[in-house]
Structure formats: structure tokens, C-alpha cells
Design a protein around this ligand. Sequence first.
Ligand SMILES: Cc1cc2nc3c(=O)[nH]c(=O)nc-3n(C[C@H](O)[C@H](O)[C@H](O)COP(=O)(O)O)c2cc1C
Length: 531
Amino acid sequence: MNEPTETVINYHKRTKHRLERYAKGPEVIDWEDQPEPFRRFSGCGIIRLPMPGAELEPLFADLDNPEIILAKPLNIATTGLLLELAFGLSAWKQFGPSRWALRCNPSSGNLHPTEAYLINTDTTLLEPGVYHYVSHDHSLEQRCQFPHKYTDPGILIGLSSIHWREAWKYGERAYRYCQHDLGHALGALRYAAATLGWSVELLAECSDNDTANLLGLNRSGDFQALEHESPDIICRIKTHADSRSLDTRELLESAQAGSWSGKADILRAYHLYKWVIIDGVSNAATKPRTEEPNWQADQRQTVKSTCLKTATTIIRQRRSAQQFNGKMSPITITDFYRMLVAVLPVSKLPFDMWRWPPKIHLFIFVHRVEGLTPGLYALPRSNDALEQLQAATLADFDWHKVSDSVPLYHLYSGDCKQIAKTLSCHQPIASDSAFSLAMVAEFNSAIEAAPWLYRRLFWECGLIGQVLYLEAEAAGIRGTGIGCYFDDSVHEILGIRDGKFQSLYHFTVGEPLEDKRLETLPAYGHLPDYY
Ligand SMILES: Cc1cc2nc3c(=O)[nH]c(=O)nc-3n(C[C@H](O)[C@H](O)[C@H](O)COP(=O)(O)O)c2cc1C
């Protein structure tokens, strides 16, 4: 095993939560000294985007057939909407003197390590260059002005992560959460683009170094050393069917020759803990330039959505449930199957942009689903994985196929509420729901092929999580991502004995209970000029 692979595997093992001890995190959290939740660059030109909050006509159900959605023209209003619906604010919550913002994309601990950049080559939109999106202000900070005009006008979105922002609260395990959040952000971007009639292409060939150069993240003098941003991915936004491929080499030359401005404001004055293991795994999982496939899943019949709300409404109302009604009536089998089919790698959004065969499979604790015996079920997301999962898990599982339309397999009947709760760090959200689940990755084969694939496994989990969040809202219920679970206890319950498969994320869906003590305020009410 080469050194980077070993570093990644050791990081993964070391950051497992165990029933007898949690992964290493800060011993004390100084809530008064939280990192600033919004990154800003001082010394840049600022472009205020048009008023957020516009409704678009497409229904959430229309996203099943994105080809029927008429593509909106690319202009400053639609670019603003893309950014808002993917990464913008969705509400503020207030409890006593505390006030915090929620965004369209979720984030572990609401810490939001993901930063978004717009790269523009269309002179009719904005001066060609690189812009940082400030979700709080719904504005763009111009970091780079490109020196020349482009023959291929268009926009791209670049994503990066400030690992330290997440590590402030979660310590060593935080690197995993940054990757989950990135997957959620990709999903949020794909749904936002689809409501505008646009699609997304992941420029996955780029090396991290190219991405960093393009986004200005290698300009070390512009960042506090401990608050640097790690490059993640560049996404091309296809605003019309015949939009041509942008040459990333040309963009890189522009970024190199461009005129850069701004320095990142300090997020926090004092860094009590330093999580060197995160820098270690981040270095080991650095991606070089690669050839990437364009794998496409087969078509599959979706289960028709009964949701009559617009896509923009569903995107903006998405929240994590903090509590579920443990006495809820079961959800319908149709709603359950709709959610399961939506996470299969069919050539439907958001998986139409995912260029690789699925590596993540679901083990589902069914608690309250009409017509299904409570118990443990499996949803292999590829036919190839079925036999391998059968071989890797408990021999007692019966692997009885439940339905002709969904690859759902019954493994074991019984009340799994207590098990699900215990496995998810004793959180009642895993047991009071309709169902909760573990996302199990084809682990060793991926990491041994390339250590940076570690990140992509979590991104795939985040993407699945984003589908579940939105589908749950559309079904009139709610979901919550669960990053806190006892890794090897999950493996033990499933019978998984080695690193071939590993559980990388949990999720739960049910009927939410509102916390009436919390006041909800409008997303952009703090920007009075908008209202
Ligand atoms: C990767 C990830 C892990 C999460 N883990 C948990 C968890 O273990 N328990 C929990 O109650 N919420 C969890 N959440 C939900 C977040 O706390 C929530 O997204 C955040 O507070 C923002 O709220 P919102 O989703 O309503 O916008 C997780 C979310 C994500 C994206």
C-alpha cells in the first residue's frame, strides 16, 4: 500500500466513533468564539445580485422530466437565482438572543465549510473573471479580472472547503463532514440549475492544483494560514443545449495572467486546537489531473410525484428535522418507493451529472412504512453490488426481493428502533422516524485505486442525502442527515468484517415536530434595500 493510501485508511480508522469513545474532538467549545459563518474578502469590487426570492414556474414534479423545462436565458437575475437556490439563505432562526441563518444547502452542525465561486467568461453578464459568492449579502466579490475576451461565453461554479471551520466543533472527524457537505452542495447546485432549465457538468478531470489556481486558493498571502480553502471541484453550467465545452487550460491561463484583488477576512482570532491530521489526510487525498469516464445509468420508470409545489418552494423550505413524531402514522409505500427510486443512479437529476458507476448502497431500518414489515432492508444501487453485499453481510439475512419495481431486499424482520437509535450516536431522530438508513460504500477497492476517491465516496453520499432531503419535503415530511454514528457497530450489526464495505453516512426521514420556541425570520429580511 502506498503512503497516501495508508494515510487515508488510517485517518478513516482513527476517526471512527466507537460506543466506548468518540473520535477526537475539542474538549471544550467556546460558543462565544465561534468562527464567522460567512467568508468575506476585503478589498474586492462588490456586485450586488438582483433581489433574491423569485419564484419560478416549474413544479418539483417537473424535475422528473427536465427536458420539458424551458431554459431561462443567462443573465444577472438568473445567475443570482442559481446561486441563491444552491447556496443562498433560506431563513433565519431565533431563540432568545441567538440568531442563526439557514441555507438551501444543509451542513453538518450548520458550520458551512463549503465556499462557492462563479467563474464567468460572458461579457454580457459581468466582467470576465472569478467571483466569490457571499450568501449572507447575496453578492459577488470580484477576486480576479481576466485579461482577455472569450470565444466561448459561459459560467462555471467552483467549490472549495474551509476544513478548519468544521474542525472547530468536530475535531478530527470534521474532514469527513466537509466532504458530505460538498456532496450536498453539488446536489443543491444540480436542482437549482434544473429549475432554470439548465444542467451541470462536473469537470472532474481537473487536478486540485488546477482548481486552486483557478479559484485563487493557492494565493497563500490572501488567506490566514489556518483558514485556507481546499479546492474541490469545478462545475460547468450548461445554460442551453448546444453550449460548447469551455477550455479549462484557457481559463487557467487567464487566472494566471489575471488581476487579483482582496484578502480573506479572519474567521476567528484565536485557534485553540490545531487538527494536523486533517491537513495530513487532505494532502494524501489530493487529486491529480485524471482521465474520467462518462458513465450513464439506464433509464428507469420513476414513481410519480404527488407534490404540487414549485421546485423553488421545495428548495427554499428544505430543513433538517430536529425531532420526529415517534407516534406518527406510517408513510405510504408509494412515498417510500418514490424516495428509493429517486436515489437510484438513473439518468435523472441529480445523478445525470454523476459520471461514475454507483459505489454507495443503502441498508434501511424500516420503522413505519405502510405495508412493510418493520425490519432491516437493503437497496443495492447497482446489480453488480448485490452478490458482493450478500457475501459480505450476515448469512442469516434472507435477501428476499420485496418489489418488482424497486431493488429493495428484505433482510430481517423485527423492531429496529432501538438499534437504529443506538447506532446513530443514541439520537432519537434515527428511531422516531419512518425509516433511517446507513449508506455503505465499496470502500477498499476505491481507496486502493486512488486515495483521493475517499472524498468522492462521501460526495456520492451527500448527493443521495440531498435527494432524500428534497424528496422528503415533497412528500410532506422531512429528513435529516446523520454524520454521528458508531462506525464499527454498524458493521457488526450488518456482519461486515473488513474494509471492503464501510458505512459513510446515515440519514433519517419522518414526520417532523416543530420546535415552537424558535422564531423563523425571512431569509433576506436583514438586507432592507431588498424589501
Ligand atoms: C453531513 C451532515 C451531517 C449531519 N449530522 C447530523 C446529526 O448527526 N444529527 C443531527 O441532528 N443533525 C445532523 N445534520 C443536520 C444539520 O445539523 C443541519 O443541516 C444544519 O443544522 C442546518 O440546518 P438545515 O439542514 O435545517 O438547513 C447533519 C447534516 C449534514 C449535512
